[in-house]
Structures are given as C-alpha cells and as structure tokens.
Design a protein around this ligand. Sequence first.
Ligand SMILES: Cc1cc2nc3c(=O)[nH]c(=O)nc-3n(C[C@H](O)[C@H](O)[C@H](O)COP(=O)(O)O)c2cc1C
Length: 166
Amino acid sequence: MKSILTRRSIRRFTAQPVSDEIIQELLHAAMSAPSAGNEQPWEFVVITDRKILDEIPKVHPYAQMCREAPAAILVCSDVTRESHQGFWVQDCSAATENILIAANDKGLGAVWVGVYPREDRVEGLRKLVGLPAYIIPFALIPVGYPAETKPPSGRFDPSRVHENKW
Ligand SMILES: Cc1cc2nc3c(=O)[nH]c(=O)nc-3n(C[C@H](O)[C@H](O)[C@H](O)COP(=O)(O)O)c2cc1C
C-alpha cells in the first residue's frame, strides 16, 4: 500500500545509473501483471543508450525528461500474441503500472509516458528502436533516481464510489 499511495510521476533524475539487477526486478514486476486469458502480449525494450534517450523527445513532445533519465523501459505489445481481441491495452497498462509501483518501492522515480494510440509517437518510437511491424510501442517509462520529491497525491474521493447501484 505504501508504494502505491506514495507513487507520483517523477520527471527529474540524478545522473546515477540504475543497475541491471534493479531493471530486472522491474521487469519481473511487469510480467507478474494479470492479462486477458493470460495472453501476456507484452515485450519490453530497455533503453540505456544515451544517444537513443536523447533522441526520444524529438519523436515525443511530452518526453523531455528522457534527456535526464539514465534509463527507460518501452512497454510494447506483440499483436500476434493477442488471443482475446482488444484487451492488449489493458494487459500492457497493468504491466506498466506494476513497473511504476515497483520503481517507487525501490526508491526510484519514474513516469508513464503515453505512446499508443498517438500514431506519430508510435511510428517515431518504432523507427528509433527498430521495432518490427507486429510490435506496437504502448508506453515509455523513463526511470532513475529522483531529483525531485512530491507529496502523495491524496486523490481518494469517496464521492466516486457507488454502492450496489449508481
Ligand atoms: C496514459 C498516460 C499517459 C501519460 N503521458 C504522459 C506524458 O506523455 N508525459 C508526461 O510527462 N506524463 C505523462 N503521464 C503522467 C500523468 O501526467 C500523471 O500520471 C498525472 O498528471 C498524475 O500525476 P501523478 O502520476 O504524479 O500522480 C501519463 C499518464 C498516463 C496514465
């Protein structure tokens, strides 16, 4: 609960690299997500190449933080693995959120940068990391040690909860 309730979007990072061991833990968290009929359509591209990270803001207008982030995980979907049509977005969302929560638990900062369904971002990232046509880039998660702190969002609103009927 602590890691969920204190998670915020972190867009400023120190220069400290994230170890491969921690990245592997984040990927374990991602692939522990539920998926429709257990289809697990996800694929992940771990980006640590400074040149590629610096190129990302050129294809995604709201990804400027990649210039500071030591790493980013691109959550993708392999559409050939989709056995329950239309559910891959929900599967990849669950995997993405698991990464964010795990990153916070590890003392890292991260942010969900939306890619799909914006065609220009999808195609820009496809080109940048060389994705084949059957792989759709879904969300990018820049990750690193935080250079900013934010209070818990405190967004809970009991008026959004309905009991038994609306
Ligand atoms: C689907 C989705 C797309 C998002 N895209 C971006 C983005 O492109 N750039 C960015 O800086 N933040 C992006 N965010 C982060 C949101 O701005 C952020 O989650 C929201 O403002 C709430 O703040 P919090 O995460 O700190 O609680 C995205 C979040 C989601 C769920």
